[in-house]
Design a protein around this ligand. Structure first.
Ligand code: UFG
Length: 334
């Protein structure tokens, strides 16, 4: 059993970060959170977790937290995640996702923090030449969001070669769902992600769901994605942490998905099935930059970590997203 140092979770008040905080707590790892609450919520962080409102590029604050909380690893979720926004405002993405990560990595080195887990993305592959996508598939991002994350992968690679730090970059596919126990979920307003949008429609929070394109090169013509339950993704981070601690010389660059895809129509059918009603669908044209199909080859992560997904079921993902969406009705989003 390694020393139980504390894990600093950046963006721990956000969607994926708050699930990681619970996953760490559930497995007995001490955890602390830093979040500037731009898109996250203070209530998403459990009361007994030390919370710092601040910015990851604030090196004085990181040094203070590192010392006070005995930080031994960082899970870095803080960042910006909206692809179209990254096209309109690339400098925001190169600042939030690249420059601020650079500063945080520098703080890790300066404070003797030896392990770094980074939220990367399938968007680093752009429109992949092959499907399923392996970790060796060429990374050719087609938007600033993907590029801003890829640059951070490169920084981690170079820094780990020069300093006493190892890292794991997890390349997320389409993250959805919510904590099965209803402790946290996706709460930021103005969602654009399919499952969130669809459950909002099912609960009457919007009138209909747009289907962006029906002429893709897929079995039913709509886009195919590899939807992964956020709690399984959070569990993968705990395995990543334990692997980094167990083998300090080794880095990991791994896809995080289930290795199978569902089309937009299949997702909407699942929402209808789970809610026992029919949401209104509107056929629209393609959205710029959407690949036909994006499915992970997940053999590497399955082999590397003892990761056993617990929620690899589309109806379950939808049911948990729906339960959280219902609960959000009572929670004030401010
Ligand atoms: N879609 C619709 N209607 C909607 C929303 C989405 O038809 O209202 C379609 C999209 O065209 C796509 C699929 O549903 O075919 C999934 O779209 P999402 O917006 O839910 O997710 P993306 O695949 O576009 O992007 C997600 C994350 C990115 C990440 C990418 C990598 O949002 O951050 O996965 O896989 F980079």
């Amino acid at each position: 059993m390694p020393d139980r140092f504390t894990i600093l979770v950046t963006g721990g008040a956000g969607y994926i970060g708050s699930h990681a905080v619970w996953a760490l707590k559930d497995t007995g790892w001490p955890v602390a959170v830093i979040d500037n609450l731009t898109t996250g919520f203070r209530w998403a962080v459990p009361d007994d977790v030390p919370f710092y409102k601040g910015n990851v590029e604030d090196s004085t604050l990181i040094a203070k937290i590192a010392k006070k909380q005995n930080i031994g690893a960082i899970m870095h979720f803080a960042g910006s995640v909206v692809v179209p926004e990254s096209v309109e405002n690339p400098l925001k993405y190169y600042d939030n996702n690249t420059a601020k990560s650079r500063s945080l990595i520098e703080s890790a080195v300066a404070n003797g923090i030896k392990h770094f887990i980074f939220s990367s993305t399938a968007a680093t592959y752009g429109i992949p030449e092959e499907s399923p996508v392996t970790e060796d598939t060429a990374q050719v991002p087609i938007n600033p969001y993907g590029m801003s994350k890829l640059m951070t992968e490169y920084m981690l690679r170079d820094v780990s070669a020069a300093h006493d730090l190892n890292f794991c970059a997890l390349r997320y596919f389409n993250v959805a769902g919510a904590d099965p126990g209803g402790r946290t979920g996706q709460s930021t307003a103005g969602a654009t992600h399919l499952i969130k949008v669809a459950v909002e429609a099912a609960l009457g929070k919007r009138d209909s769901v747009a289907i962006f394109g029906t002429d893709y090169d897929t079995p039913d013509g709509t886009g195919v994605r590899d939807y992964i339950h956020v709690s399984d993704l959070a569990a993968a981070h705990v395995h990543a942490l334990e692997a980094l601690v167990a083998e300090p010389e080794r880095n990991h660059l791994l896809n995080c998905g289930y290795g199978r895809g569902f089309s937009v129509l299949e997702v909407l059918d699942a929402v209808d099935r789970v809610t026992n009603q029919k949401i209104s669908r509107k056929l629209e044209g393609r959205r710029a930059g959407d690949p036909d199909s994006l499915i992970s080859d997940n053999r590497a992560i399955m082999k590397r970590f003892p990761w056993q997904p617990q929620n690899a079921d589309l109806d379950k993902i939808v049911a948990h997203a729906l339960a959280w969406e219902r609960k959000l009705g009572d929670i004030r989003i401010e």
